[in-house]
Design a protein around this ligand. Structure first.
Ligand SMILES: Cc1cn([C@H]2C[C@H](O)[C@@H](COP(=O)(O)OP(=O)(O)OP(=O)(O)O)O2)c(=O)[nH]c1=O
Length: 198
């Protein structure tokens, strides 16, 4: 994609950095530091609101024209929202809930253009993926959590890591589960950039 302005990824997630690079973007990373507070109840609204907060925090601090990308990922299981676990005990609780069941992973993305006159233009979207998790024994859950892999991940697991042996299938986009729906992002970004030149 021919980028007309520099791109900033407002995320500290190493997965998002890797995925955005895979999509061919040239960008710098500037993680948002604000607390993630939501006023919404539906998972799709929560991830869009939090993605907006992250992108907006970085966009409002910019002095020159650019594009800012913010994202947020949560797991939803039977009306419960699972973010990152607080500690290992919380991770055990989350994985115990998800094993033997199907849950949804939502990632929201916000694109903000900081225009030459300082005004902001933005768009948000989300993707949902169904993830089927095999039954796990208490020992399997304990040893998985002991790897430390769940601690910085929504729902206390990483589909891209050793948890992969417990994922029997998904419906939807794999990269959405890892934290960034890259194909959707690429196409939404192209349309967003083109819209500015009309
Ligand atoms: C479900 C799942 C989540 N995750 C990750 C993606 C996100 O990095 C993280 C969810 O936390 P987020 O709060 O969405 O993101 P973050 O704190 O890692 O980064 P930032 O807010 O700075 O953008 O969980 C995986 O890596 N694999 C998975 O299978």
């Amino acid at each position: 994609m021919n980028l007309t302005k520099p791109v900033i990824l407002a995320s500290g997630s190493p997965r998002r950095k890797e995925l955005l690079a895979l999509a061919g973007f040239n960008f710098t990373v500037c993680p948002a530091k604000g607390e993630e507070v939501t006023t919404k109840t539906l998972p799709c609204d929560i991830v869009c609101e939090l993605a907006h907060q992250k992108a907006f925090e970085i966009a409002k601090a910019q002095k020159a024209p650019c594009y800012v990308i913010g994202a947020d990922t949560i797991v939803a299981f039977e009306n419960r929202i699972l973010g990152k676990p607080k500690d290992s005990a919380d991770a055990v609780r989350m994985v115990s809930m998800l094993q033997g069941n199907t849950h949804q992973v939502y990632t929201g993305v916000t694109l903000i253009e900081v225009c030459a006159d300082g005004s902001l233009r933005e768009k948000s979207f989300y993707e949902e993926t169904n993830v089927h998790v095999c039954q796990m024994t208490k020992d399997e859950i304990a040893s998985y959590v002991a790897t430390g892999e769940p601690l910085d991940k929504a729902g206390a697991y990483g589909i891209q890591g050793t948890f992969s042996i417990y994922v029997s299938g998904i419906e939807g986009n794999y990269f959405n589960v890892v934290g960034l729906p890259v194909s959707r992002l690429y196409h939404e970004f192209a349309a967003f950039q083109n819209a500015a030149h009309k």
